[in-house]
Structure formats: C-alpha cells, structure tokens
Design a protein around this ligand. Sequence first.
Ligand SMILES: [Cu+2]
Length: 271
Amino acid sequence: MTASARVASFVAVLAAIFALAALAGRAAGPVAITDGERDHGARAHEASGHAAAADAAGGELRVVAADTRLTAGRSERFTFRIEDAHGVPLRDYEIEQGRRMHLIVVRRDLRRFQHLHPTQDASGTWSARVTLPDAGVYQAVADFQSAGSRRTVAVDLFAAGRFEPLALPAQATTASADGYDVALREDAGRLRFTVSRDGTPVGDLQPYLGAQGHLVMLRAGDLAYQHVHPLATQALAFDSAGAAPGRYRLFLQFRHEDRVHTVAFTHEVSR
Ligand SMILES: [Cu+2]
C-alpha cells in the first residue's frame, strides 16, 4: 500500500467512526421519546387503578394485559390477567350469564362493538382472538363475577392507523340489523325490545347466555359500563333502573335461527 492509499484508508476509517457516532446520536433521540411514553403508561395505570377502585365491591382489581397494541383488521391473540392490589392473579370466577368471563370490546366512539368469551389457562391467564375492525382506541371491558359480586375492569386497546371518530347517532326507538327490525320501549326503568322481520314479530327467539337476550349499556364520554339484568326468560326486557343519567349506547344481542344478531340504540337516561 502506498503512503497516499494508507492516508485514504485512514480517512475512510475516521469517516466510518463519525458515521457510527452520528447514528448513535440519532438512536439516542427515540430512547428519550420512549421514556416519555413509559411515563404516560405509568399515569394511565394510575388512572385505571382509580377506575377499578370506583367499581370495587370486594377490593381493587385491574386488568393486566400482555400487549394492548393490535393490528387493525387482523385476528390476534389478546391475553390478560385480572390482578388484585397485591399483583396476585384472580383465579376464581363464578358463572354469570352462562360464562365465567365476558369480554366487551368497543371503540371509544361507541361505533364498534364485540362481545367475546375468553378461555382461561391453568395459571389464571385469559385469552381470546380479537380482530379490531379498524384503526382507533378501543376499550376492552372484562365483565365477571367473583366472590359473589359482579365486577367490571377495563383496559384500552390500540390499533394504529388513520382514525376517523364517528358521532353517536341520534336517540331512536328503532334499530335494524341483518334484516331484523327492533323496537325499544321504556317504562319505569325497564327497557323492552320487540324483534320483527318483514313486518312480522319474531316469536321464536332462542335463548342466548341464559336469557332471551343480552344487553350492554355504555355511556358516551366516560364509557361507564352499566350492568343490566334480564327480567324474565320469556321477553326481551331488562332492568335499567340503576343506570346513572347520561347518553348511552345500548347493544342488544339476540339469537335467532342459530345466529347471534346485534342491534344498537342511542338512549338518553334522565334523572
Ligand atoms: Cu358474554
């Protein structure tokens, strides 16, 4: 190697070192942002802890999820545990409306809804296949009964992408889905639904989760989750007397011809 070639290779090595240093500097940037994200995460945990405390009847519980980021439009395994204030996973669940665990997944604008039944493994971890239909922030509400009291704890799920929040539809007393028309009537804290198809009332609804139907009420804004109990096995009627005032989205599910159908209503609860 000539002297000039030696100098040239030395310069090349120096350039490479500077390039690496520049890359390292760039890498340091995102690390700082990650710290910020971690900080937000810690605050979110505090917030959900308070929410859990508000719901508590027999001690503070929370959802601990393995990963809350899912890909929109893809079926993914969502796993979580329910932990007490000491971080001990809850293992004992009682059957409530036919299942030990109900998982309600709603987009935070209340325009996407699904009702799943996760399975539990020996360690107490629950898992379900979840497909978030499109981008946005969702809330997964675990609804179960333990030690004699019905509990709900929630965690947010995130699907990256362009999110266009939709307005809540206006209050209505009729809604349709899958060719069924459903009418809502309210009297004295009771919500009664009538299902018809092609103008004829459907008289042969099949039991779904131990009743003629299943109703979830979520309040717009804070997503307050209202437990609603079916009143009788013969009718699609629910007791909503305990619901706090506000604008709710009601999700009614019923079974007919071996398929479960979901219709949604916007419903105002006044004092
Ligand atoms: Cu369920």
